[in-house]
Design a binder for this molecule. Structure first.
Ligand code: HMG
Ligand code: MG
Length: 298
């Protein structure tokens, strides 16, 4: 069976914009987030409180967050460490996300830590956030394949998922950072996680569309009972520390499929397409989303 409702975790303003060559003005980012909320998205990842030298595109987090904080939506932000958490809490953030890696290569490239050192860095972040009543998402990158290490063994992924949940994360997001997953692999990972005692309701999926598999992988996850799906408006995105990562699953492509399946998302597709077309104009190149292209008349 399929779920009757899916919660879309919109990552365009974070995963999308973190990878742009040109820096997008803060006012344009704020307008983007407002328009996403206006299109009916209810969870909109706003920015990251990471080291500004590591992700210069999001160095304006302090300026941006207050401009969107009053929207009636959840606005999770990425925090890699206690310094990031302090910055987020100082602005009133009520949802944060830590981001672990299933592979040593990416932990080093993205966080300058081993996998276990990164987990140790997150532990006080999660504890302090929870003590403040702040919801914590735990991302796990490279759940399927890694650009340096190739296919990632399931037990390696399961181990870090368990560690994030045991630390106190409220939900996990399984990242296919470089978009190499296929539906059978998705099914196998979800089953392995269930067998290790991780319940499906704690799991979200985060597919990048490098090989055009993101929608097929999403459908496999929905059939398994997953109801939280990450997507990026217009298909923006990628990770600056993972070569060969392209944009995320486009939110419009996801909404089109879900609508056809009769699954409610609360999203107004017309408004969303208009938002992504507006952002594509701003970025100076067409959206890679097939649905945005099909539905925007210019
Ligand atoms: P480091 O160089 O090891 O940092 O980087 P450090 O802990 O040694 O600290 C060095 C200096 O940085 C110190 O300053 C800290 O205060 C400062 P000093 O005392 O020398 O003056 N510093 C900070 N400043 C501001 N905000 C902070 C912060 N932390 C330290 N939060 C670090 C370690 C984790 C900071 C760095 O590696 C980093 O910022 N990484 C972030 C990388 C990133 O954002 N990647 C993209 C997001 S992940 C992703 O896209 C994947 C995902 O989409 C899922 C998927 O697709 O798989 C989520
Ligand atoms: Mg990502």
């Amino acid at each position: 069976g399929l779920p009757t409702r899916v919660r879309i975790h919109e990552v365009g303003a974070r995963d999308g914009l973190q990878n742009e060559k040109a820096t997008v003005p803060t006012e344009v980012k704020a307008e983007f987030v407002r328009r996403l909320a206006d299109a009916g998205l209810t969870t909109i990842e706003a920015t990251s409180f990471v080291h500004p030298k590591w992700v210069p595109q999001l160095a304006d987090a302090e300026a941006l967050f207050p401009q969107v904080a009053d929207l009636p939506v959840d606005l999770p932000v990425l925090v890699p460490n206690e310094r990031g958490l302090d910055r987020a809490l100082a602005l009133g953030a009520r949802r944060v996300a830590v981001f672990a890696s299933a592979t040593e290569s990416f932990a080093k490239a993205n966080l300058n830590r081993t996998v276990d050192e990164a987990l140790a860095m997150f532990d006080p972040v999660v504890t302090r956030a929870k003590a403040d009543g702040v919801q914590v998402r735990g991302y796990l990158s490279m759940c399927f394949g890694d650009p340096w290490e190739g296919p990632v063994p399931l037990p390696q992924v399961v181990r870090v998922c368990r560690a994030l949940l045991d630390m106190g994360c409220d939900e996990l997001s399984l990242g296919d950072t470089i978009g190499v997953a296929t539906p059978g692999h998705v099914q196998a990972l979800l089953t392995a996680l269930n067998e290790a005692g991780v319940p499906t309701p704690a799991l979200g999926v985060h597919f990048h569309d490098t090989y055009g598999q993101a929608l097929a992988n999403t459908l496999a996850a929905l059939r398994h009972g997953v109801t939280t799906v990450d997507a990026s408006a217009g298909g923006l995105g990628g990770c600056p520390y993972a070569k060969s990562a392209t944009g995320n699953l486009a939110t419009e492509d996801l909404v089109w499929m879900l609508r056809g399946l009769g699954i409610d998302t609360g999203v107004d597709l017309g408004r969303l397409v208009a938002t992504s077309a507006w952002m594509a104009d701003h970025l100076g190149r067409p959206s890679p989303s097939r649905t945005v292209r099909a539905l925007s008349h210019k």
